[in-house]
Design a protein around this ligand. Sequence first.
Ligand code: COS
Length: 392
Amino acid sequence: MSDEKKVTILNYFLTEEQQMIVDVARQITEEKIIPQRAELDENEEFPTGILKEMAQADLFGLYIPEEYGGFGGGCFDMVLALEQFAKGCVGIATSFAASALGAYPILISGSDELKQYYMPLIASGEKLAAFGLTEANAGSDASGIQTTAVLVGDEWVLNGTKQWITNAGDASIYSIIAITDRAKGARGASMFVVEDTDPGFSYGVKEKKLGIRASSTRELIFKDCRIPASRLIGRQGTGFFTVMKTLDLSRPGIASLGVGLGQAALDEAVTYAKQRVQFGKPIISFQAVQHILADMAIQLEASRALVYASARHIDNGGNDVSKPSSMCKVMATDMAMKVTTDAVQILGGYGYMREYPVEKMMRDAKILQIYEGTNQIQRNVIGQALNKEYSR
Ligand code: COS
């Protein structure tokens, strides 16, 4: 269902280039993602073929500078593409987004040599990337990680286990954070690039999930995993800061998944409400239903506006990016949970059945409030930013 044909959204006056990104991503969504999403979800199958289509359309390099083989765009370009993909399937969109999450640490802090080598591979979609932060006892408390890296001669030796890593097993390039000097706290962690073929590196079993079942989620296991010293990303001790900057850049992308998902749920709910007849009338003629739909539309559009504004703020070198990044993540993902739940309610018994797409939308929405920092952590970030701002 395309925006132009079915719904009126605010005019965000996209440039020709931005509109082109929307159109290309929408075409992949309509022609490839929507027809396959139910089957991929049911079979918990990684969307290899669809990611190839995205690569052929040059979308993996959207945010990567031209000198490293990319399109030279930014956060907003990613937001536009991700919104379209999420209208089809958040699991598939997550697999695409997670490659950017793995690439950002190298782009943000990596040496020119690392960028020259890895970025063209990621930009072309030839290799997928992934990001390894979370561990069994370190999720919200990002600085509580236990994985270690020790320099032995001219190699780093990694030991530890990362948990719930998106694209694990399907990606070839992993940006990993590990402790290099425990006594130094936030300044004692460093980031590294690990490749799938490195000795001592393996994967745990694939997790079974409530939603986003087309994306793969596994452990990364490092047992005396040896990598060349040159794979250190940035300076030793800067890993935590690179992670925080990475999340600042990627959270608007998660927010845009909420916007795409919310739009898809609203489209389904309105379409159904116009067709479903009860008491002799289509249910959309009842105010009880209209008011639910109206609230869905208001919350959706307000979220989209905040996501777009936040992404543009980041791309244009705005100040204190953590706050808008976290604000749009909270607003759009809480909205997605609410709007998809309302869509199931509007469709009633049909909404609860797998035959209709809204139950999957509701299952997929839940992770958006959890991953890349729970919405409670986002509120902490916003609260801390406010505290700082008002002390100036
Ligand atoms: N950019 C740059 N630097 C940052 C930063 C950011 N966005 N956020 C924090 N820092 C810096 C701080 O300024 C501080 O530096 P100084 O010691 O020089 O002041 C340092 O990093 C430590 O910051 P802080 O004390 O705030 O760290 P905390 O351990 O309290 O953790 C939160 C902060 C909770 C915000 C962080 O742990 C977090 O984001 N957690 C969620 C992680 C997450 O998203 N996990 C999901 C899995 S990843 S897909």
